[in-house]
Design a binder for this molecule. Structure first.
Ligand code: B12
Length: 484
């Protein structure tokens, strides 16, 4: 494999709205690192590159460039604009020609309903680099493998974790076995993801683990990643120090399915961060498990610079909590909130995810959960349910959805509220969103600017001064800037 040239491609997002909330193709960058270790020359074309005219927010996240495109016919009745987020098509083609002709192209994929951007990238690679094998993997390729094999145009579709599979496949295609193969059971044997290829690197994403010890009925983690495996916390902090020291990265987003689970590992991670006095801000866009947040953990989080704190409550219905996997109870949630407040976090610092539009869910359940979160001193954040193949809720989703979600992944788009039922109509949903907006306006925030994609830049004065970006049709995102 030595000297072989590999091109990594992070395709566009095609959706009604998209915002760079610490979104990087971590899995693809891991594959690049493994191939490099085998002597390959790795190049990267990032359709979601946000450099040049799109300013970054403090904390690192920002807006993607955006081109309005016609809606796919299946979505024609949705009264929203549809767009391709990321660089222009011409720029993409220029980049394809600016790298040495590769011996293989690796394309990643994320949300199932973003596949049109993946297909577009593969089509252009085929047109401009004829004869080069195109390999597709990632979340969409794993959850909708048959769809990807039938329609993507890729030569190979590789589901699930990719480090070992890509070495096996390229070894076969090139007739050259790899010299370095990571230990599939030891995450620390995988080299650091090649974030150095990302031209604009305001933040990095880190996984301290893969897989999840819970198996929530609405989530695909166990199908995607298997059983939970942990990295050594000391090695995680080594990696954070590396990005900070070598690349000046001062913001880190954790991508774990269950960060801080188990708690013992969390303690070791936080104590190590504290001991090394890492001057980095940490973000948990992916919801922490409330049951792990003790007063000690919360205090350590505050001391070590966890700026974006999110908890996954999802619902206050005890029945649904139990039936969906039992990851949290209302008592555990309240105790976690008390711990976070006790450690110094204010209401605006703690975002709490609430699932909305689950099969069979009614509006009253969502309203109750919103009120419960507000009463507990947190900021409710609606997480519109996306039905996901290979989850335990999939059968119920198929039965409930007014859309043919089993045939067409575009209908997994959470913007459609694709599994809404009679008890939770689009009008109910609007009423829930209105009540959240009113709650926000009542919190003394001042809108600075409404951006062309409907986001708002907002400043709130409280214990901290905060810069908050509020996607009009998404959750409230909020980054702590410290004192004004
Ligand atoms: C981190 C994460 C996020 C991040 C951002 C991720 C990003 N890059 O944009 C945040 C928190 C912002 C996020 C948000 C959301 N997310 Co999310 N997220 C994840 C999570 C936990 C991890 C994904 C990840 O990066 N993994 C890390 C790397 C190491 O793994 P990987 O990318 O999968 O790569 C490996 C393999 O896939 C493969 N591979 C990858 N590329 C390639 C390429 C080739 C060629 C090959 C061979 C292999 C290969 O090899 C890699 C290494 O082993 C997954 C769950 C999961 N466990 O995967 C959910 C997940 C993808 N999210 C999901 C959902 C529902 C959402 C939201 C809609 C939630 C909501 N309701 O608001 C939002 C929507 C975001 C948006 N509109 O922008 C769903 C998917 C839904 C769908 N229909 O596709 C998932 C599966 C969780 C679930 N509920 O089951 N998410």
């Amino acid at each position: 494999m030595h000297g072989r040239k590999v091109l990594l491609i992070n395709p566009w997002i095609c959706d009604f709205a998209a915002y760079d909330l610490w979104a990087k193709p971590l899995g693809l960058l891991y594959l690049g690192a493994v191939l490099r270790k085998n002597g390959c020359r790795v190049e990267f074309v990032d359709c979601l590159s946000t450099e040049d005219d799109t300013p970054r927010k403090p904390g690192g996240h920002g807006r993607f460039r955006r081109q309005r495109i016609p809606k796919p016919p299946q979505l024609s009745s949705v009264p929203r604009h549809y767009a391709r987020y990321g660089i222009g098509l011409e720029e993409f083609v220029r980049e394809l020609h600016s790298v040495p002709r590769p011996d293989a192209v690796l394309v990643t994929s994320m949300m199932t309903y973003w596949y049109p951007g993946v297909f577009e990238a593969i089509r252009l690679v085929r047109e401009h680099l004829p004869g080069v094998p195109v390999i597709l993997g990632g979340v969409y390729a794993t959850l909708c493998t048959d769809h990807a094999r039938s329609f993507s145009g890729a030569d190979h579709v590789i589901p699930h974790q990719g480090e070992l599979a890509i070495l096996r496949l390229l070894g076969e295609i090139w007739g050259e076995p790899p010299v370095f193969v990571p230990d599939g059971e030891d995450l620390d044997s995988i080299p650091y993801p090649c974030f150095d290829l990302v031209s604009d690197l305001p933040y990095v994403c880190i996984r301290t683990s893969r897989g999840c010890p819970f198996s929530c009925t609405y989530c695909a983690s166990s199908y995607l990643c298997g059983k939970q495996r942990l990295r050594d916390p000391v090695k995680v902090v080594d990696e954070i120090e590396f990005w900070n020291r070598e690349y000046g990265v001062s913001d880190v987003a954790f991508y774990d399915d269950a960060l801080f689970t188990p708690r013992d590992n969390a303690r070791r991670l936080l104590l190590e961060l504290l001991a090394r006095r890492a001057t980095v801000r940490f973000h948990c866009p992916n919801g922490l498990h409330a049951s792990q947040i003790t007063p000690e953990i919360a205090t350590l989080m505050h001391q070590t610079g966890f700026a974006t704190v999110r908890l996954g409550l999802e619902t206050t219905s005890p029945l649904r909590q139990y039936a969906s996997g039992g990851k949290v109870t209302n008592d555990e949630f309240v105790r976690a909130m008390e711990s976070l407040h006790g450690a110094g976090y204010g209401t605006d610092d703690i975002g709490v995810y609430i699932l909305c539009g689950l099969p069979g869910q009614d509006a009253a359940e969502v309203f109750d959960t919103v009120r419960f979160v507000q009463d507990s001193g947190g900021r409710p954040r609606l997480s519109e349910y996306s039905p996901i193949p290979h989850t335990r809720d999939w059968e119920a989703a198929l039965r409930t959805s007014p859309y043919p979600i089993g045939e067409e992944p575009l209908f997994h788009n959470n913007t459609l509220l694709p599994c809404r039922s009679e008890g939770l109509s689009l009008d109910d949903y609007e009423a829930i969103r209105r009540s959240l907006r009113e709650g926000r306006e009542g919190s003394g925030r001042q809108v600075l600017e409404t951006l062309d994609d409907g986001c708002q830049d907002v400043v709130a004065r409280g214990r901290h001064t905060q810069f908050t970006t509020v996607p009009a049709d998404g959750p409230v995102e909020c980054v702590d800037l410290g004192e004004a």
